[in-house]
Design a protein around this ligand. Structure first.
Ligand code: LHQ
Length: 255
C-alpha cells in the first residue's frame, strides 16, 4: 500500500491504491506512519516526500472499508489518522506533500499537513466531509482556518467545492504549482534543494514555527532564544559563517 523509494537524500513514500484514488484503509495509514518514523530515524534521509500513485493524491477514507468495523469513529481516528498527522507535524525532517491529483476528505488534511505543499497544475482539494454529513477531521479544522481564515474555511467545508491549483496557490494551500508532465522530476529537484539546506536549523525552525502557531509573542520570543542556542552551538552555524567569510557556498551535508 506504500511504495518506498530513495533518490539522493530524499525518501519518497507513495500511496499506492491507485484504483480507488489512493483512498485510505487502516493498513495504508498505519504503514505510512511507520514509514515516516523509519525515515525520521534514518540518517541518510534528509527530506521526506509523500505522494500518490496514478491520477489521485488521496480520496480520504476508503468508504468501502468502513461498514461493520468494530471501532467507533473516535477510536478509528485515534488509531489511524491522528497518529499519522501527529507524526508528520512532529517529524524532525521536512515533509513535502506532493499533491499529484485530487485530495479529498482526510486526503485533503494530509495534503495540508506537509511542511511544503507542491501541487500539479491539475490537482485539486475538496473538504468533502459534509457530502457524507461528517465533520472535517485529520487536522483540517486546525490547518485550514490558519491558512484562509475562519470564514473561507467554513465555506469550503460547508459547500465541499473543488479548489483548483490556481486558487490553492492564491489562498496559500500550496507553495508551488508544477506542470503535470514534469511533476515527479520537479518535486525531486525541489526536494534535493531542500535536502542541501542545514538540517539541524530546519528541524529547529519547524519546532519554533509549530510552537508559535499556538503561543503568545512572549512565549515565541522565549522559544526562539532557547532554540537559537541549539542552532548556534551546532557545527552547521560555524560552517555557514565560515563559508560567508570565505565567499563560498556553505556545505551543510557531511558524509
Ligand atoms: C473511492 C473513494 C473513497 C472508496 C474514490 N472510497 N472508493 C471518514 C470516516 C470514518 C472515519 C475517519 O475519517 C473519515 C475521513 C474521510 O476522509 S471522510 C471522506 C471520505 N471521502 C470521500 O467522501 C470522497 C469520495 N470520493 C469522491 O468524492 C470522488 O471520488 C472524488 C471527488 C475524490 C474524485 O472524483 P472523480 O475524479 O470523479 O473520480 P471517481 O469518483 O470516478 O473515483 C474513481 C474510483 O475511485 C471510483 O471507483 P470505480 O470502481 O467506480 O472506478 C470511486 O468509487 C473510487 N473512490 N474515492 N473515498
Amino acid at each position: 500500500v506504500i511504495l518506498v523509494s530513495d533518490q539522493a537524500a530524499v525518501r519518497t513514500l507513495t500511496l499506492n491504491r491507485e484504483h480507488k484514488l489512493n483512498a485510505a484503509n487502516d493498513k495504508l495509514l498505519l504503514t505510512l506512519t511507520r514509514e515516516l518514523e523509519r525515515a525520521d530515524a534514518d540518517p541518510a534521509v534528509r527530506v521526506v516526500v509523500i505522494t500518490g500513485a496514478g491520477r489521485g493524491f488521496c480520496a480520504g477514507q476508503d468508504l468501502g472499508d468502513v461498514s461493520g468495523r468494530d471501532m467507533t469513529f473516535t477510536e478509528h481516528l485515534n488509531h489511524t489518522y491522528n497518529p499519522l498527522i501527529r507524526t508528520i507535524r512532529g517529524l524532525s525532517k521536512p515533509v513535502i506533500t506532493a499533491v499529484n491529483g485530487v485530495a479529498a476528505g482526510a486526503g485533503a488534511s494530509l495534503a495540508l499537513a506537509g511542511d511544503i505543499r507542491l501541487w500539479t497544475r491539475g490537482a485539486n482539494l475538496i473538504e468533502v466531509f459534509s457530502n457524507i454529513a461528517l465533520v472535517p477531521d485529520s487536522g483540517s479544522t486546525w490547518f485550514l482556518p490558519r491558512l484562509v481564515g475562519y470564514h473561507r474555511a467554513f465555506e469550503m467545508m460547508a459547500l465541499a467545492e473543488k479548489i483548483g491549483s490556481d486558487d490553492a496557490l492564491r489562498l496559500g494551500l500550496c507553495e508551488q504549482v508544477f506542470p503535470d508532465e514534469s511533476f515527479r522530476a520537479d518535486v525531486q529537484a525541489y526536494a534535493e534543494r531542500l535536502a542541501a539546506r542545514p538540517a539541524n536549523a530546519l528541524k529547529l525552525t519547524k519546532q519554533a514555527l509549530t510552537d508559535a502557531l499556538t503561543s503568545t509573542l512572549d512565549q515565541a520570543l522565549d522559544r526562539e532564544a532557547e532554540l537559537q542556542q541549539l542552532a548556534g552551538d551546532h557545527w552547521e552555524h560555524e560552517e555557514g559563517v565560515t563559508a560567508f567569510k570565505e565567499k563560498r557556498p556553505a556545505q551543510f551535508v557531511r558524509e
